[in-house]
Design a protein around this ligand. Structure first.
Ligand SMILES: NC(=O)c1ccc[n+]([C@@H]2O[C@H](COP(=O)([O-])OP(=O)(O)OC[C@H]3O[C@@H](n4cnc5c(N)ncnc54)[C@H](OP(=O)(O)O)[C@@H]3O)[C@@H](O)[C@H]2O)c1
Length: 274
């Protein structure tokens, strides 16, 4: 039997680019999909309106009404959002299923489980763009109630797949994927900084071209991620914690995190002379 009642009230924290798509995808299965307005920007409010989500004043009001809560926020805010929900629920006997769908370390999801109840928490990891049509985005889920949550996404634009019964498995998958999708490209930010700093950019471009590598295209692709860079810095910090927990070197992800932070804060392109 499902942990989730039929036509549940589902809360989305928060309707960013991904959260709005998740909220819209859940509407057919839900009684209503709600979001919490307090502290959020006009952009979030606009996205919620376009996705036909119902506004409630704040996280506390959302936590009191929701049967299921899906957290889709910047990775660096995931724990704080869960703490806000925990504070709102207090010792209430009514425990919503809490899905953390953020790019965080398995250890972070387990802390969220400790906070909100291991049996009530579900680990989620989204791979692919905000899904408005089927075929491009998978929502991986793990934890005791993962299958119940996956059922809510049946025939939605998100392909929901259960990865196992433990909190942390879905997040581990996402962290491994992120080393390829975000840590690897970040090396181009460092290469460009170093080549500029040592005045060898033209020579490097030529040498890379001899080996079939388009330096400009690779650097432009990395620097073009400026608007997501602050969120990616948090994701790389979480990826580093994921690697460190296994005793693996975490330097790739830490360096990528720092490079994305510098990109977001406009601190690249200013490497000093050696
Ligand atoms: N976008 C993608 O392609 C993609 C792909 C895979 C996974 N994801 C995952 O989805 C999550 C969110 O990404 P997104 O693309 O939706 O980001 P986004 O468009 O930047 O939206 C983030 C949302 O979180 C809110 N927010 C910002 N700062 C916050 C804070 N300190 N505390 C709580 N909420 C905060 C924002 O509200 P305000 O701006 O109104 O404050 C906004 O509603 C991330 O964990 C990411 O890893 C995204």
């Amino acid at each position: 039997m499902s942990r989730i009642p039929p036509r549940p009230v589902i809360g989305v924290l928060h309707p960013g680019a991904m959260g709005a798509a998740v909220g819209a995808a859940l509407r057919p299965a839900a009684g209503s999909v709600i979001w919490a307005a307090a502290g959020r920007s006009r952009e979030t409010s606009k996205r919620a309106e376009l996705a036909d989500l119902v506004g409630v004043p704040d996280v506390a009001a959302l936590a009191r009404r929701a049967d299921v809560i899906v957290s889709v926020c910047p990775p660096q805010a995931a724990l704080e959002v869960a703490e806000e929900v925990g504070a709102a629920l207090g010792t209430s006997a009514r425990r919503p299923v809490y899905v953390d769908a953020n790019a965080v370390a398995p250890g972070t999801v387990r802390r969220i489980g400790d906070l909100l109840g291991v049996d009530d928490a579900v680990d989620g990891a989204i791979i692919g763009p905000p899904a408005w049509e089927r075929g491009r985005t998978v929502l991986w889920l793990s934890g005791p109630a993962a299958a119940d949550v996956a059922a809510l996404f049946a025939r939605s634009p998100f392909d929901a797949r259960v990865l196992g019964p433990d909190l942390g498995t879905a997040s581990a998958l996402k962290a491994c994927f992120a080393l390829q999708s975000k840590a690897l490209p970040a090396i181009w930010l460092e290469i460009a900084e170093a080549a500029r700093g040592y005045h060898v950019e033209d020579a490097l471009r030529g040498e890379l071209a001899r080996f079939g590598v388009d330096y400009r295209a690779a650097v432009d692709a990395a620097t073009g991620k400026e608007s997501s860079a602050w969120r990616w810095a948090g994701e790389m910090d979480e990826a580093a914690a994921t690697m460190a927990a296994l005793g693996l070197p975490d330097g790739f992800s830490r360096a990528a995190g720092e490079l994305y932070r510098r990109l977001a804060e406009g601190r690249l392109n200013r490497t000093s002379e050696p």
